[in-house]
Design a protein around this ligand. Structure first.
Ligand code: NAD
Length: 321
């Protein structure tokens, strides 16, 4: 009796500690359940209401890859909305054409800069120059990209490195250079071009797909880091995953059902990008229905998703054949 008494006291203590913990965890789980339900309700109501688009007329929008394609259309459409547009490209001639075109729509709204976005030092210097010459960038659009398309054994080491340098590493340099602008301005929005090839792996595009999956990973991780830090709520993130677009980037597109899923028009893609940014969407596909479809393909058995993929039979042929 006397021997068992001292050991019983801590045992009772342990049991009551466990009970307290179980009660607390059950309470926390109940609160979580109510909060998730509450958010779902808000989300459902918001889906039924018209979306309040952000005004971008006071924004300074920096777009990379404005010399051609989607980047050029983005520059034109942001200028039409009253934004100041900073046009960045490695190609002087084509970027000049874009700037002239934009300025013919709204005089003085486009600014011309030549920069290779893979050159970190050049990007950092550019950020200083823009701060002095135009002001703080409040919307950054990482758009410049390349798409060599052939089987993996025909990709050279140089080419693989270049795809990574342009399509993803450059995003690190622009973020490093322009997040201080966002901080100074007290707000910012980062938009990054991924691709449908960032949601689905496709043959002839192994390095390209790897970079476009990486864009989504970078954006999700970065937005988490911002959400957990002092800049919470001040910087927004939008990742765009377009289907093949008629810009020439995709040299040999393969489309089985052109009337249902034909090549997109770059104007239409640019307008969807701007809508998504203004509506503060997190990740979108263009067309939008491909996002739930891609999620569906991830949860059904692999053999079923392969059957669907083979039936749709869209992608790119080798640009070497
Ligand atoms: N076109 C498509 O089918 C398609 C589909 C999905 C996603 N995307 C993505 O959309 C973005 C734009 O594609 P696009 O079709 O308009 O391309 P595009 O080839 O028409 O234009 C790309 C522009 O980027 C510039 N550029 C390339 N390397 C650069 C560098 N190192 N520094 C600065 N500028 C550079 C080019 O000079 C060019 O003006 C890319 O990121 C692309 O991966 C395109």
């Amino acid at each position: 009796m006397t021997l068992s008494q001292p050991t019983n006291v801590p045992e009772n203590d342990n049991i009551s500690k466990k009970l307290v913990k179980i009660t607390k965890d059950t309470f926390d789980f109940g609160i979580l359940f109510i909060r998730v339900f509450h958010e779902l309700l808000i989300w459902t109501i918001q889906k039924l209401l018209p979306i309040d688009l952000k005004d971008v007329s006071k924004d300074i929008v920096l777009i990379t890859g404005t010399g051609h394609g989607i980047g050029r259309e983005l520059a034109l459409q942001y200028a039409e909305l009253g934004s100041k547009v900073i046009c960045i490209d490695i190609n002087e001639k084509s970027n000049k054409e874009t700037v002239d075109k934009v300025n013919s729509i709204r005089k003085g709204s486009a600014y011309f800069y030549i920069c290779d976005v893979t050159n970190r030092d050049a990007v950092l210097q550019l950020a200083d120059k823009i701060k002095n010459e135009v002001g703080y960038v409040t919307i950054l659009i990482n758009n410049a990209g390349i798409m060599p398309s052939h089987p993996i054994n025909q990709h050279t080491e140089k080419e693989i490195r270049k795809v990574f340098e342009i399509n993803i590493l450059s995003h690190f340099w622009t973020v490093e250079a322009f997040f201080p602008h966002f901080i100074q301005a007290g707000r910012g929005h980062l938009v990054s071009m991924s691709s449908l090839a960032g949601l689905v792996g496709l043959s002839n595009l192994v390095p390209y797909c790897a970079t476009k999956f990486a864009v989504r990973g970078m954006m999700e991780a970065l937005s988490e880091e911002i959400r957990e830090g002092p800049l919470k709520g001040k910087i927004n993130f939008t990742t765009i995953c377009p289907y093949m677009t008629n810009t020439g980037l995709c040299k040999k597109p393969k489309v089985k059902f052109p009337s249902i899923l034909g090549l997109l028009d770059p104007k239409e893609v640019a307008s969807a990008v701007i809508y998504s940014q203004r509506a503060n969407k997190v990740e979108v596909t263009i067309p939008s229905g491909l996002h739930p479809f891609s999620n569906f393909c991830r949860v059904i058995p692999l053999k079923c998703s392969i059957l669907l993929k083979d039936f749709i039979d869209s992608g790119v042929e080798s640009d070497l054949s």
